[in-house]
Design a protein around this ligand. Structure first.
Ligand SMILES: Nc1ncnc2c1ncn2[C@@H]1O[C@H](COP(=O)(O)OP(=O)(O)O)[C@@H](O)[C@H]1O
Ligand SMILES: [Mg+2]
Length: 471
């Protein structure tokens, strides 16, 4: 056997080894082995994993790994069809394609001898009939469900920098793999996602269930940090160490998914965490805020306030609105809170509760901002909800809110939702607006019921109390 192999060109040996899942030539260099990379190649060629996320920090060899997988798969299985997708085609070509060239060079897969690049339609055509499409995964409003890729049949594919890619692209492409020669070669339809930490679908689909040990068998996540990569230039790590931006450093060097780097976020990550320990916030008048279950959510949330302290959070699941109104009545009587200190969201089904609790306030998200001389910016808000969220952000950043909550899952949900409160500038009309609920829901995969309930408390900060003067 060894003698036979001596007569065939080196690349054929590499392909043969790849097919036999012997990855040493791809993961060993100068006597050092990238163990995570080897592990990831095992996962990319197993018979179980349909979705595989790799990386979670800079320099872990994400791009190299993706390129090795596709180059070798293309050569090993003639006629197969693959894709590499990224949010921007330009960056795919400027960065990922450059790694592709390096990988080809390293393993002797010469351009011209083995493949050509079609620069007009952006695909790599191998001479054995295999092909890799370069996909532009940018979100375009006229094609929100990525129907432009809805009928292409792929063997498998790779989403590069999943944190930048819209959920719809992943969702559509997932259903396009496993459709081209997979049976012939016994290959599983598989999607590979390389990523840096980001609070988008990658967080929900991979990171969170991974951390909780709840990933299904067919989904895997393998974290690779720069420290796991023995081939990295030492200067590269120094550069990452010297990043001054705390959030960026947490993400790119330590692979911390729980930090967000979105400049548009209204509240600071640390300040959000602090709300649960700001015991010093003083007591004051008592209020109730309530978010009532509606479409897309079957949970109602009620918060009891003493000043800017949340002293109790109640969650009611799958409960009729009339019953929720009864519960609010009970809470009101327990704490001695007048109806005029109760606010309930009035959109959709919440209106029924407002009617039943005759005398409480209804909160209409899209209504006009409240005229309040204390609030300098008031003319500029898109609506009441945006005004209240901006005000809440200010209070949270100033450590003026305290939330008593011993339920850690609830804490995590609330924190996640608050991190999604972001500036939004859809109409470019200079009005201050927060990211619409539709988008938040898509990012979180649920309705932000806890943060909305917290936000509504600002209604009472804005609305001066009625004082009757008797002459
Ligand atoms: N198997 C390998 N052999 C040689 N060099 C590698 C290998 N894997 C990764 N590298 C090198 O490690 C560095 C980081 O890899 P890259 O794939 O660009 O990381 P990431 O995409 O995670 O930021 C690059 O300089 C790349 O050339
Ligand atoms: Mg990369």
């Amino acid at each position: 056997m060894a003698n036979d192999l001596l007569h065939i060109p080196r690349i054929d040996i590499l392909v043969e080894l790849f097919k036999r899942r012997r990855f040493d030539p791809f993961v060993i260099k100068d006597g050092k082995k990238h163990l995570k990379q080897e592990q990831s190649l095992f996962i990319l060629t197993d018979k179980e994993t349909k979705e595989f996320a790799y990386g979670g920090a800079a320099g872990g060899a994400k791009s190299w790994t993706g390129c090795v997988w596709l180059v070798m798969a293309c050569l090993a299985y003639p006629g197969t069809r693959w894709f590499i997708g990224r949010e921007e085609l330009k960056r795919l070509r400027a960065s990922t394609y450059q790694t592709f060239l390096k990988v080809c060079k390293a393993y002797g897969v010469n351009k011209d001898n083995h493949w050509d690049y079609n620069g007009q339609d952006h695909f790599i055509q191998f001479h054995n009939g295999s092909r890799i499409d370069m996909l532009d995964l940018k979100f375009v409003p006229r094609d929100p469900y990525y129907e432009r890729y809805g009928s292409v049949e792929y063997t498998g594919g790779w989403i590069e920098e999943g944190g930048e890619v819209n959920f719809g692209a992943y969702d559509t492409l997932k259903s396009r793999v496993g459709r081209h020669l997979n049976d012939k070669y016994g290959l599983l339809g598989r999607i590979f996602v390389t990523l840096n930490p980001k609070k988008n679908w990658c967080h929900t689909v991979f990171w969170k269930p991974f951390k909780a040990g709840q990933l299904p068998d067919k989904v895997k996540f393998l974290q690779a940090l720069v420290q796991d990569n023995p081939f990295i230039d030492p200067g590269y790590i120094d550069n990452l160490m010297s990043i001054t931006d705390k959030v960026k450093k947490q993400r790119l060097l330590y692979g911390n998914f729980d930090y967000d780097d979105d400049d548009n976020a209204l509240m600071e990550y640390d300040s959000i965490n602090d709300i649960f320990t700001n015991e010093f916030v003083v007591e004051g008048k008592k209020y109730i805020t309530a978010d009532i279950a509606r479409f897309g959510s079957d949970k109602s949330v009620v918060m009891v306030w003493n000043g800017l302290r949340v002293v109790e959070i109640r969650k009611f699941e799958k409960m009729r609105t009339t019953k929720v109104a009864d519960e609010i009545e009970k809470i009101r009587n327990k704490y001695g809170i007048p109806l005029s200190h109760v606010v309930v969201d009035e959109d959709g089904v919440g209106g029924g509760v407002v009617d039943k609790l005759d005398g409480c306030h209804g909160f209409v998200n899209n209504s006009a901002p409240i005229d309040n001389p204390q609030d300098q910016q008031q003319q500029n808000y898109k609506n009441l909800k945006s005004q209240c969220y901006y005000m809440l952000a200010e209070r949270i950043n100033d450590h003026k809110i305290f939330v008593r909550c011993d339920d850690y899952e609830m804490r995590e949900l609330l924190s996640e939702e608050l991190e999604q409160v972001k500036k939004w500038d859809a109409d470019n009309d200079k009005k201050l607006e927060v990211m619409p609920k539709k988008v938040v829901k898509e990012l979180l995969g649920r309705s932000p019921d806890y943060s909305d309930t917290l936000m509504m408390r600002m209604f009472f900060e804005l609305k001066p109390e009625q004082r009757w003067q008797i002459f």
